[in-house]
Design a protein. Structure first.
Length: 547
């Protein structure tokens, strides 16, 4: 028979304890509602005695969020438990979670002889404290959880006494936390095997895992706990929490789902909402989700390598053990970059409705343009592909000037400086100039002006992103004026400074085209007039050829 695992979410308590992850009351309420939609079993909403804000968050969540059990944390102290009970008073389904340190390391550091002259006396006093606390908590709710803080480093014989004492006092859930992330899977398994042997009626108590990720073993240890008899897993969205964080809820849920053959256990979590919950917690906490994060990371279902793309396009199960839709991610996960092959590229072009030629030579040319762009850009987006396939680009002007080099030096202590080298198409001479300006683009344009010596006025400069990502392509539009006439230039690329220079030179080439035509026309007119007036000295009509 498949066991049902209780998912105890502590994002709003342990998760928020991560340095810099503090959340507002509104953010906590929003997350709590999403957790209810996710169908977690328990929400640990906060630590009421620690601050008025924590108490209010617990009170509001208990009163307003339907579905999950609302849990409040409390030390084994009268004031803590009373504060937790008061904060939960308006809730219909509540739990108090009380804890005390049990390892010698913690007992020495926290109590330092205050509970007894010897370690034996201190340990005995802890047993009394935890039993009193559990009984007091039971006056507020029948649902009481006890945690033996730092159980992973507690003397096993003493830990046995602690767990039995908690059960005798009326704890309905007993948590065996690896508070410092110290345990290995086998040593953590042994704690649960010991607990099941020690408790007089183990079937009447829910054993729980709570693992930290200091050695990167939080999820592995939690799953081993399930195999050893735990029926509750404490975890957080995105694995946020103290130090290296907690076991990640999304990883626990999907591991149990995908490998039911291994764990013979399931949860009630609606996995399709996992990505939504992840993004909300990331926004509220200010902690970005790394791209390679399992289940909810941007790259979790992405394929860039050509071999992988070919396999996935043929049969997703070749490289995927679950589907993106199962966890609320986007179905389209073929990512295009320098490692992508033809299958990935042409599949995406067809999906976008772009006309892909059948001729192999034309397809080769498209793929060559793609690989050239991919060498300059980390990822190719749909906007890049539209531009790549665009065959209606404006006709380029004659090349009067060619930009051979541009560099910019930026120093906070002085104006930016730019150096450009422009080669003239007429005589092949290269001119290198340097200039400073009010910003890097202004410096580049001043340097180009010195190099070409074309009289004109800059009318407009605009730039916009035409693709996504930190290395997005930018499109630069430039407009210059000469007399009553304006000339436009444009360029695009991932290097915005270079694209700005190229767009400016493009506009100058159009101006040079106009001047050449204007001068040629004037020369023809003057020739006709001279011939008409007989100014050549021979009375012959002479028309100069257009230059």
């Amino acid at each position: 028979m498949t066991d049902s695992i209780t998912i105890f979410d502590t994002t709003l308590r342990d998760g928020e304890q991560a340095p810099g992850a503090s959340m507002t009351l509104d953010e906590k309420l929003q997350i709590a509602h999403v957790l209810a939609t996710l169908n977690v079993d328990v929400i640990e909403a906060g630590f009421p005695v620690s601050s008025p804000g924590q108490a209010e968050a617990v009170r509001r969540i208990a009163a307003e969020v339907e579905g999950p059990v609302t849990c409040a944390l409390a030390r084994t102290a009268d004031d803590d438990i009373d504060a937790a009970g008061a904060a939960l008073a308006d809730g219909s389904d509540t739990r108090i979670h009380t804890f005390v340190a049990t390892s010698d390391i913690h007992l020495n550091a926290k109590f330092n002889g205050r509970l007894g002259a010897t370690m034996k006396e201190t340990r005995s006093a802890i047993l009394d404290m935890l039993q009193d606390a559990v009984r007091q908590a039971r006056t507020y709710t029948d649902n009481v959880e006890f945690s033996a803080e730092d159980a992973g480093r507690t003397d096993p014989a003493y830990l046995r006494d602690v767990l039995v004492a908690a059960a005798e006092a009326g704890a309905t859930t007993i948590n065996i936390p690896d508070t410092t992330g110290y345990c290995t899977p086998e040593s953590y398994r042994a704690l649960f095997e010991m607990a099941r042997e020690a408790l007089p009626n183990p079937e009447e108590v829910v054993l729980s895992t709570h693992c930290h990720d200091d050695l990167g073993l939080a999820v592995a240890n939690s799953l081993v706990g399930v195999q050893a008899g735990a029926r509750q897993v404490e975890c957080t969205i995105n694995g946020i929490g103290e130090r290296a964080g907690n076991a990640a809820l999304e990883e626990i849920v999907m591991a149990l789902h995908v490998r039911q053959d291994e764990f013979d256990a399931t949860t009630s979590v609606v996995a399709e909402h996992l990505t939504e919950a992840s993004r909300l917690v990331s926004t509220a906490s200010g902690f970005p989700v790394q791209p390679n994060k399992a289940i909810v990371g941007k790259n979790a279902f992405s394929h860039e390598a050509g071999i992988h793309q070919h396999g996935v396009l043929s049969e997703r199960e070749t490289y995927e053990i679950m589907s993106a839709e199962d966890v609320g991610q986007s179905e389209e996960q073929i990512r295009l970059g320098r490692h992508s092959g033809r299958h990935g590229l042409f599949s995406r072009l067809e999906r976008l409705g772009l006309d892909v030629p059948e001729d192999e030579a034309e397809r080769d040319a498209i793929y060559d343009r793609f690989t050239d762009l991919a060498d300059r850009k980390k990822e190719i987006f749909d906007e890049d592909l539209h531009r790549l396939m665009n065959t209606t680009a404006p006709q380029s002007p004659d090349v009067h000037y060619t930009l051979e080099h541009v560099s910019v030096s930026i120093d906070s202590a002085r104006e930016p400086e730019a150096t450009v080298r422009i080669r003239s198409g007429e005589d092949g001479h290269a001119t290198e100039k340097q200039a400073s300006g009010d910003g890097p683009v202004d410096a580049i344009y001043r340097a180009i002006d010195h190099a070409v010596e074309e009289g004109h006025t800059l009318v407009d400069y605009t730039i916009r992103s035409i693709s996504e990502g930190a290395d997005a392509q930018g499109e630069v539009h430039v407009e210059i004026r000469h007399g009553e006439h304006t000339f436009k230039g444009q360029a695009h690329g991932t290097d915005i400074m270079k694209a700005s220079a190229e767009a400016y030179v493009n506009a100058l080439n159009r101006l040079a085209d106009f001047r050449t035509d204007e001068e040629s026309t004037q020369f023809v007119v003057e020739g006709i007039m001279h011939a008409f007036n007989g100014e050549d000295g021979h009375g012959e009509q002479r028309v100069a050829p257009k230059q």
